[in-house]
Write a protein that binds this ligand. Sequence first.
Ligand code: UT7
Length: 382
Amino acid sequence: MMSSAENHASRSGDRTAVITGIGACLPEHVVDNDAVIARGALRTDDTWIRTRTGIARRRHAAAGTSTGDLAVGAGRAALASAAGHRPDMLVLATTTPDHPCPATAPAVAHRLGLGTIPAFDLAAVCSGFLYALATATALVRAGTCSTPLVIGADTFTTIVDPRDRETAPIFGDGAAAVLLGPGHPDAPGAVIATDLGADGSGSDLITVPGGGSRHPRRPPPQGEPDPYCFRMQGRTVYAHAVRRMTESSRRVLGQAGWHPGTLGAFIGHQANQRILDAVAERLGIAPDRRFGTIHDTGNTAAASIPLVMADPAVHAAVEPGERTLLTAFGGGLTWASVALNWPDTAPGSQPPSRPDSASARAADLSRSPSWITTTPASAPAS
Ligand code: UT7
């Protein structure tokens, strides 16, 4: 284990965590750019959004569908793809939990039928999945658990203001998960190295200012910006994202002893195609080794990287065992990178899973801010 004042990096020894299952869960409702523009009466157009972000469409969760519902679908899909393996821990990366209290992970574990395994949420915004993957890997290496289920799930449409043209076109909803098991660093799916970092001096650049202990929830004064909505200073964040993901990628590649030219796959946080291209160019990664879903999913926060890992098109293009670089950047500010061998695992997908009881559904519905208008549920209940 190596550490510095700014970052925390680790490289595998003889035993590491290996990905044995991958699954995704996307809401059925596809929302194209024109629909987002119409929904929020935004002063923008399809061409601006496509050329400045690379996004053409995204998924929006139906009314009453929560982050936990998407997480259960993703977890179920990952477990089906890993046939026979049973998780002994659950880590859920999310910024949009079902409730402020308690954490969403225990309910997800319960709904997946996992009994009383340890389950906790991890909040690192768009870096959340890689923070969770690095944490779960460290717990496997330490022997604390052996088969953790790591889920990235977010419903940013519940916190983004649909009238904000700087964020509403960017974000979508989704979830994806990987199941880990103990294994050798030579195995396909093995996590080789990790790098984590944070800089709280930029904590106001990506924020929901109200609703926490600093500014407890109360209605905003008339005419004032809603403090319960997500805000992002996009231009400043853009520069941080390029710099931090490039630096973190270099560190984790150094830890792994990999030259960027030897990578079989590069998957960056799906925030903006121009950011992804800038990072890949700086690292010297060929265009045909860069993979993403941003065109069809937008920015799904903690779900963004595992959704690419669950894309069958990526599995068709990358051979098991090929060197893979994952890198993310998000609110906090946080960043994280992981070097792993591309897994030998066919990904699965499942629809969102509805909670069993009517009271749970009512609790979920009452959580939606009044200005959010969503379509009726169309995904099958389970
Ligand atoms: O997921 C967590 C990490 N997040 C990120 O990494 C996101 C980083 N930021 C970005 O992806 C980009 O900054 C945005 C997509 C948010 C904005 O794109 P940009 O090309 O960086 O635009 P900009 O922020 O430099 O703004 C240029 C202009 C501004 O107008 P003025 O001040 O020059 O008059 C914006 O108000 O573009 C304006 N603008 C828009 N115009 C039309 C911002 N959003 C829009 C829009 N349509 N949707």
